[in-house]
Design a protein around this ligand. Structure first.
Ligand SMILES: Cc1cc2nc3c(=O)[nH]c(=O)nc-3n(C[C@H](O)[C@H](O)[C@H](O)COP(=O)(O)OP(=O)(O)OC[C@H]3O[C@@H](n4cnc5c(N)ncnc54)[C@H](O)[C@@H]3O)c2cc1C
Length: 399
C-alpha cells in the first residue's frame, strides 16, 4: 500500500493551501490563530465564501453540491483547513443532517433543505441526548404522538449545542413505547421557532456558552418533517453517528496546536535560553509528533481500505481514529497549557468570546486554559472513549 500523495494530490494540496491563505478574512484568521470563539455571523460569512468556491460540502454527492473528490483529496482538504487554521463548517449541517437527508430524505426535503444547509441559511442543532440517554441513547424518553398531520412532542433534550443559534433541530423522539427501545424511535426535523420550545444555556468548564438544555412542551411538528419511516429513526441515527465519528480524529488541528506550542516556546525564556531549546520540552514535542504521525498513517490506511462508513454502519476501525484522535487533541492542548505556564491563568471571557486584544497584548495565552478544558469534551461526544473501547474490543479484537 502506497500512502504517499501523488503529484496531482500535491498540486491539489497547494491549491487548497493557497485558497485558505487568501480567502480567509483576516479578522476570522486571527481569531482562529488565537483560539477565540467565532460568532454566528463569522461562521456564516466563512461558510458563504466556501460555498461560493464550491467547497462548503466536499463529501456530499456531486448531485447535491459535493465535489466528487476522492477520499484522499477530502482528507487533504480537511487537514489544510485545520492547519490554516480556518473554521470548520458547521458539523451538524455538513457531516450530520446533510448526509442523512441525502440518504433518507424525500425529494422535496432534499430540494428545500440541502442548498440552505450548505450555505448555512439554515443552522441545525442536534437534539439526541437527554437526561439518562447519552451513551445509552436508545433509552430516550421524549415522546411524540401523532395527531392528524402533526406530531405533538413533549420531553427534554440535554447538551443541545448551538441551539441558541439554530433555526432548525434534528430530533430523535419515541413514537412507540411498547416495542424494543431501538424499534420505537422516529427522526424529526423541528423548526426552532415553533411554540413550546424553551432553550436554557449551560455554561461549561471553559466559562463559555456553547451548549444548552432544551424543553419541549406540546411542540407541533408536521409529518412532512419526518425523515424516512416512523419508528425507523434509530437506523438513520446510526448512519449519522458513523459520519460524526469519521471526522473526529482532527490530526490537522493537533498538528497546528503543537506547531503553535513550538512557536511560543521559541519566544519564552527558560533557564539560560529559550523554552524551545530545552531538552525535556523537545522530547515531549517529539513524542507527541510521533504519535500524531502514527494516527495520520492509520487514518490514511482506513481511507485506503475504504470508507469510514460501510453499509450504513460506522466502520469499527473509525473508533480507533476517534479514540486516539481525541486523546492527542487533549495532549496537544495540555502541551500548550504547560508552555504558557502562569500566563495561562488569566481568564478573559470577553477575549475568548472574540473581543479585541488588550493593549498589553498578553492575551495570547488567555484562551489556552479555557480551550484545554473545552477539549475535554471530545472524549465524551460522538460516543465516549469508553464506548469506543467496547466497540474495538468486540468488533475489531473479537473479545
Ligand atoms: C460539550 C458537549 C456538547 C454536546 N453536544 C451535544 C449535542 O449538540 N447534541 C446531543 O444530542 N448531544 C450532545 N452532547 C451529549 C453527548 O453526546 C453525551 O454527553 C455523550 O453521549 C455521553 O452521554 P452522558 O453525558 O449521558 O454520559 P453517560 O452515558 O451517562 O456516561 C457517563 C460515563 O459512563 C461511561 N459509560 C457509559 N456507558 C458505558 C458502558 N456501556 N461501558 C463503559 N463505560 C460506559 C461513559 O463513557 C462516561 O464516562 C454533548 C456533550 C457535551 C459534553
Amino acid at each position: 500500500m502506497d500512502l504517499r500523495f501523488t503529484d496531482e494530490e500535491i498540486a491539489f494540496r497547494d491549491e487548497v493551501r493557497h485558497f485558505f491563505r487568501t480567502a480567509l478574512p483576516p479578522d476570522i484568521a486571527r481569531k482562529c490563530l488565537f483560539g477565540q470563539r467565532l460568532s454566528r455571523e463569522e461562521l456564516v460569512r466563512w461558510t458563504r465564501i466556501l460555498f461560493a468556491r464550491g467547497w462548503a460540502t466536499p463529501a456530499w454527492s456531486p448531485e447535491w453540491g459535493g465535489t466528487g473528490w476522492s477520499a484522499v483529496k477530502q482528507y487533504i482538504f480537511k487537514e489544510e483547513l485545520h492547519m490554516a487554521p480556518a473554521p470548520e463548517p458547521l458539523s451538524f449541517n455538513v457531516n450530520m443532517i446533510g448526509p442523512v437527508l441525502i440518504a433518507f430524505g424525500t425529494e422535496a426535503q432534499k430540494r428545500h433543505f440541502l442548498p440552505r444547509i450548505a450555505r448555512l441559511d439554515d443552522w441545525f442543532c442536534q437534539g439526541f441526548s437527554e437526561p439518562g440517554a447519552g451513551s445509552d441513547l436508545a433509552s430516550l424518553r421524549t415522546q411524540a404522538r401523532l395527531e392528524g398531520d402533526h406530531y405533538i412532542v413533549n420531553g427534554q433534550k440535554l447538551w443541545t449545542s448551538t441551539a441558541h443559534h439554530a433555526n432548525w433541530c434534528f430530533l430523535l423522539v419515541r413514537t412507540d413505547p411498547a416495542v424494543k427501545k431501538q424499534a420505537g424511535i422516529t427522526y424529526l426535523l423541528m423548526d426552532m421557532q415553533s411554540p413550546g420550545i424553551t432553550v436554557r444555556p449551560i455554561t461549561t468548564i471553559d466559562g463559555y456558552h456553547e451548549t444548552n438544555e432544551m424543553f419541549l412542551e406540546n411542540v407541533r411538528i408536521p409529518v412532512v418533517n419526518r425523515i424516512g419511516e416512523e419508528n425507523k429513526g434509530w437506523d438513520y441515527a446510526k448512519y449519522l453517528l458513523g459520519h460524526e465519528r469519521s471526522g473526529i480524529a482532527r490530526v490537522g488541528i493537533s498538528k497546528m496546536r503543537v506547531q503553535r506550542a513550538k512557536d511560543l516556546a521559541a519566544r519564552i525564556p527558560a533557564g539560560d535560553g529559550m523554552l524551545g531549546e530545552d531538552t525535556g520540552f523537545r522530547e515531549r514535542v517529539a513524542a507527541l509528533e510521533v504519535e500524531l504521525k502514527a494516527l495520520e498513517l492509520t487514518q490514511m490506511r482506513v481511507i485506503a481500505e475504504g470508507a469510514t462508513v460501510t453499509k450504513g454502519r460506522p466502520d469499527p476501525k473509525s473508533s480507533i481514529l476517534k479514540l486516539k484522535g481525541s486523546e492527542l487533541q487533549q495532549a496537544a492542548t495540555e502541551l500548550l497549557l504547560e508552555v504558557a505556564g502562569y500566563a495561562a491563568m488569566e481568564f478573559d471571557l470577553p477575549f475568548l468570546s472574540g473581543a479585541a486584544m488588550s493593549e498589553s497584548g498578553v492575551d495570547w495565552a488567555a484562551t489556552i486554559a479555557p480551550n484545554h478544558y473545552w477539549v475535554r469534551h471530545v472524549s465524551i461526544v460522538g460516543g465516549s472513549n469508553e464506548i469506543q473501547r467496547n466497540i474495538l474490543a468486540k468488533s475489531v479484537l473479537g473479545l
